[in-house]
Design a protein around this ligand. Structure first.
Ligand SMILES: Cc1cc2nc3c(=O)[nH]c(=O)nc-3n(C[C@H](O)[C@H](O)[C@H](O)COP(=O)(O)OP(=O)(O)OC[C@H]3O[C@@H](n4cnc5c(N)ncnc54)[C@H](O)[C@@H]3O)c2cc1C
Ligand SMILES: *[C@@H]1O[C@H](CO)[C@@H](O)[C@H](O)[C@H]1NC(C)=O
Ligand SMILES: *[C@@H]1O[C@H](CO)[C@@H](O)[C@H](O)[C@H]1NC(C)=O
Ligand SMILES: *[C@@H]1O[C@H](CO)[C@@H](O)[C@H](O)[C@H]1NC(C)=O
Ligand SMILES: *[C@@H]1O[C@H](CO)[C@@H](O)[C@H](O)[C@H]1NC(C)=O
Ligand SMILES: *[C@@H]1O[C@H](CO)[C@@H](O)[C@H](O)[C@H]1NC(C)=O
Ligand SMILES: *[C@@H]1O[C@H](CO)[C@@H](O)[C@H](O)[C@H]1NC(C)=O
Length: 556
């Protein structure tokens, strides 16, 4: 069945030609800037501990991956590290998390990031290593995917297989645009994939790398411009590609940049982890042997004698009392968007403070219903088959002028039938749906799409209330940035021994790319610690012997 990030598998099949073209690289600028040293402090050799304490703030994809690779890279280069992860919520995974339908832990449903793909090496390797089962999207024979423009379906497709007549149909309607889109995607994604290995890995400046890999030319244009530049017809772009950018990012092609547009078309081998993608990140944290503090909100960061002082607030689950803790760290990795972290950072501590950027406010609504979608809502006549899942797009002359109010006439981004599910109270088979929309749903809308009355008070719905909806779960996310075209991205390093992962989100916001940023930052952390350890090895010996010299050790 259709579940988000696997739109247009048919297109993927069409475009199965050579991926990963070789791209010559232009001069890489991997210059490490010479940082101004802190004022030197008195060395206290008797308390000197070579173990470096690293704090990671956030246990989502990027923080967990940082911990995982940090442990590995540090071990490989003989840098002793002690890793602490602070996470303000009570769970691991961040925007990758499941909820239990009907409160049943055996019926987990993805609430955030649900799909990753074949080329996502980090997620794929880690899930294999942790023995997690990846599954394809479930498909049933009566599944039908429709793309709705608020008045009519501009495209429908049997989602149950890649039958030859579907292929000819899509070719007939859109000419060679699907194939050309797929080739364009492969060359773009092929360039991106060079970030995984030397000489492009690791990177302090994503802006420099984007330039090196000629990806700035893709991020600097809107999807619309990039597709037009590559002679991909407007009708294929609006009907098909925009349906994908809307379901994946809540954005139209007149806003979202070319690179994120291409990511939306990279859906070959879409999969998800049985029981929840968050298990990958849980596995990473366990493998890292880090101390993981859940329910611990980092409230402030300041400098103390060349180290970072982190203040956290934790709530005691039994007494409800808040407690404040402080600890010193050599290195900090902020693995969450700064603007939503609520962390107070001492003035002057950062060399550069990341800009606030607009994020999409996305309402994700899960519900289970005995009903299927109603044909009258979608202006279909008697006898027509109603799609089981609906993506949306806009008519070319109806693009909203405010790009941050992109939804337009359809009123929602997508309604996806995820799977069948049993109501545990009545034992009736229900349809489990997921809706993405820019605002919360109300009973009027739900009544209209299901064709039956739905109670005004949606919180009163229970498995036994006898309503057409028997489980209802709404959630609001700051899901991802509005991916405006841009040519610069936040650096991975914000100060000496202070790293940041979320700059990647304006480039590509996915679990895999955030995990890649985690892996990147882990290497940078180890390199920086190693550099200084190497540099002071000799002086340390001298200092330990003579006690009369200052050492740069305390700058760490
Ligand atoms: C509805 C939705 C659908 C998506 N679909 C997909 C998809 O199908 N495939 C895909 O690859 N990506 C998808 N994404 C994007 C993907 O979820 C994100 O790009 C990725 O998960 C971000 O990971 P992160 O670790 O950078 O941030 P987060 O997952 O947000 O993790 C940051 C963590 O930091 C914690 N934190 C914040 N402040 C503090 C503090 N002060 N102290 C302690 N902890 C703090 C937060 O609680 C959070 O757990 C989707 C996102 C959403 C919302
Ligand atoms: C890391 O440091 C903390 C705090 O000092 C300590 O409790 C913990 O045992 C250390 N972990 C490892 C693996 O050394
Ligand atoms: C975190 O807080 C939640 C809710 O207050 C509680 O249920 C959970 O047990 C706490 N977890 C930890 C590890 O303290
Ligand atoms: C994933 O595994 C493959 C095969 O073992 C390996 O070649 C590749 O380097 C790994 N990639 C990452 C990012 O771990
Ligand atoms: C691509 O788009 C840019 C910006 O819109 C434009 O300046 C350039 O001429 C276009 N190139 C091609 C080949 O169409
Ligand atoms: C919470 O408070 C109770 C009662 O004071 C105490 O026994 C328990 O250890 C506390 N839990 C934590 C995680 O501090
Ligand atoms: C809606 O239902 C819930 C649960 O039954 C109840 O707590 C709440 O007061 C109701 N709200 C209104 C506005 O009636």
């Amino acid at each position: 069945m259709y579940t988000g990030w696997n739109l247009l598998l048919i297109v993927a099949v069409l475009g199965g030609q050579s991926a990963g073209a070789f791209w010559p690289f232009h001069g890489i600028s991997n210059v490490v800037s010479a940082d101004t040293p802190e004022p030197e402090l008195e060395l206290e050799p008797e308390v000197y501990d070579p173990t470096k304490r690293v704090a990671i703030i956030g246990a989502g994809a990027s923080g967990s991956s940082t911990a995982y690779y940090l442990q590995q890279f540090a071990e490989k280069s003989g840098v002793p590290v002690n890793i602490t992860v602070f996470e303000k919520s009570h769970y691991v995974g961040g925007r990758s998390t499941t909820v239990n339908a009907y409160g049943n832990p055996l019926e987990r449903v993805e609430l955030g990031a649900s799909i990753f793909v074949e080329v996502n090496d980090i997620l794929k390797n880690a899930s294999r290593k942790f023995g997690l089962r990846a599954k394809d999207s479930e498909t049933e024979s009566d599944d039908l995917l429709g793309i709705w423009d608020g008045e009519k379906f501009v495209f429908t497709q049997k989602d149950s297989g890649w039958k030859w007549w579907d292929v000819t149909k899509i070719l007939w309607k859109y000419g060679t645009a699907p194939i050309r889109t797929q080739r364009l995607m492969q060359s773009t994604v092929g360039r991106f994939r060079q970030l995984y290995a030397p000489p492009f890995f690791p990177f302090k400046s994503l802006s420099d790398r984007a330039l090196d890999l000629d990806l700035i030319s893709v991020t600097s244009l809107t999807g619309e411009q990039y597709l037009a530049n590559n002679s991909i017809g407007a009708s294929y772009a609006t009907d098909i590609i925009q349906a994908s950018t809307r379901v994946n990012y809540g954005q139209n092609l007149n806003l979202i940049h070319g690179l994120e547009t291409m990511v939306c078309m990279a859906i070959e081998g879409a999969m998800q982890i049985d029981g929840g993608n968050w298990q990958i990140f849980d596995g990473m944290l366990k493998a890292s042997k880090a101390t993981v503090n859940l329910n611990s909100t980092v409230s402030s960061i300041s400098k103390h004698k060349g180290k970072y002082n982190i203040k956290t607030t934790s709530q005691n689950a039994t007494t409800g009392e808040a407690s404040i803790n402080q600890a010193l760290f050599d290195t900090i990795v902020l693995a969450s968007p700064l603007q939503y972290s609520g962390i107070e950072i001492e003035d002057g501590l950062l060399k550069h403070t990341p800009d606030n950027i607009p994020y999409v406010t996305l309402h994700v609504t899960l519900f289970a219903s005995s009903r299927t979608l109603d044909r009258t809502f979608f202006n279909l006549g008697p006898g027509s088959q109603v799609p089981t899942s609906v993506l949306t797009t806009l008519q070319p002359d109806q693009i909203p002028s405010d790009p941050e109010k992109p939804c337009g006439k359809p009123g929602f981004f997508s309604i996806s039938l995820l799977r069948k599910i049993i109501n545990p109270e009545t034992l009736e088979v229900q349809n489990l749906y997921k809706v993405f929309s820019p605002h919360s749903l109300d009973s009027e809308f739900l009544s209209a799409i299901l064709g039956v009355p739905i109670p005004k008070n949606l919180s009163s719905i229970t498995a036994t209330s006898g309503d057409a909806i028997s489980w209802y779960y709404p959630h609001v996310w700051h899901s991802y940035p509005y991916e405006y075209p841009r040519v610069t991205f936040e650096d991975s390093a914000l100060a000496n021994n202070f790293y940041y992962t979320s700059g990647m989100e304006s480039f590509i916001s996915t679990m895999e790319t955030m995990a890649l940023m985690g892996m990147n930052v882990a290497q940078l952390v180890v390199d920086e610690l190693n550099e200084v350890l190497e540099a002071v090895k000799e002086p340390v010996q001298q200092v330990l012997g003579s006690h009369d010299k200052q050492s740069p050790l305390d700058e760490l």
